[in-house]
Design a protein around this ligand. Structure first.
Ligand SMILES: C[S@@+](CC[C@H](N)C(=O)[O-])C[C@H]1O[C@@H](n2cnc3c(N)ncnc32)[C@H](O)[C@@H]1O
Length: 216
């Protein structure tokens, strides 16, 4: 428990520093992943929960008929997202709340889709967070994840392992495996991976789609 608290505090400190400059650094780099994730999530239905909403870079990509709720651990990142919603009149955004992905304060089956843009690799207990996402997803709904997800193979896998402690200092992780998510889905049995798409740059980032099985 102490470890998790420390890591969450670490994340909050990291993103307090990132909040003022985050959009300038990441907007272009993550645009393709953000757009792809928003499109996939909105195909599952109108009610969308975005976990780790950050400064709200994905929010403009959800269609205006959607009802999007965003949560994030960092009040500084959420403050930036609130400014964006007001400045850009993002009518699809219903609420932005400070919350931990480990303990979502929503009723079971509240959303058609839960999206996790560039956050799953930072969460201390990703399986616990995914269980929470599954709990708040409606039957037949989807969980959509965008991140740097490796397959651990070859030189790329070795480099990812080697640089993991370094990138952790700036709040990123590069050693997270796709298999961690597929194994989570297999263990549960009620979600199946329906798509893994490589996006800009050159498939470096991945967008993964998991659908709730009505027969699961
Ligand atoms: C790399 S940023 C991504 C922000 C945004 N999703 C994007 O793609 O631009 C990661 C975000 O996840 C948030 N975060 C990290 N751990 C979290 C947790 N356990 N629960 C909720 N948010 C978390 C951070 O505060 C940060 O805003």
């Amino acid at each position: 428990m102490a470890d998790i608290r420390n890591t969450s505090e670490h994340q909050q400190k990291v993103y307090e520093r990132w909040a003022p400059i985050y959009d300038r650094v990441y907007k272009g780099l993550l645009r393709d992943g953000h757009r792809t994730l928003a499109r996939m999530a909105s195909e599952a239905g109108r009610d969308i929960l975005e976990v780790g909403v950050g400064t709200g870079l994905v929010l403009p990509y959800y269609p205006t008929h959607c009802r999007v709720t965003g949560i994030d651990l960092s009040e500084h990142m959420i403050a930036k997202a609130r400014e964006k919603v007001s400045r850009e009149h993002l009518v699809q955004v219903q609420a932005l709340q400070v919350m931990n992905a480990h303990a979502l304060e929503f009723a079971d089956r509240s959303f058609d889709a839960v999206s996790l843009p560039f956050v799953i690799t930072l969460i201390p207990e990703p399986e616990r967070a995914l269980d929470e996402c599954a709990r708040v997803t409606r039957p037949g709904g989807e969980i959509v994840i965008a991140s740097k997800l490796g397959d651990g193979r070859g030189i790329q896998g070795a480099i990812e392992e080697a640089v993991a402690p370094l990138v952790h200092r700036v709040g990123w992780s590069s050693a997270f495996r796709i298999s961690r998510i597929t194994e989570w889905a297999e263990r549960r049995g009620d979600f199946e991976v329906t798509e893994i798409r490589g996006v800009f740059p050159n498939g470096f980032f991945k967008v993964m789609r998991l659908k709730h099985r009505l027969d699961g």
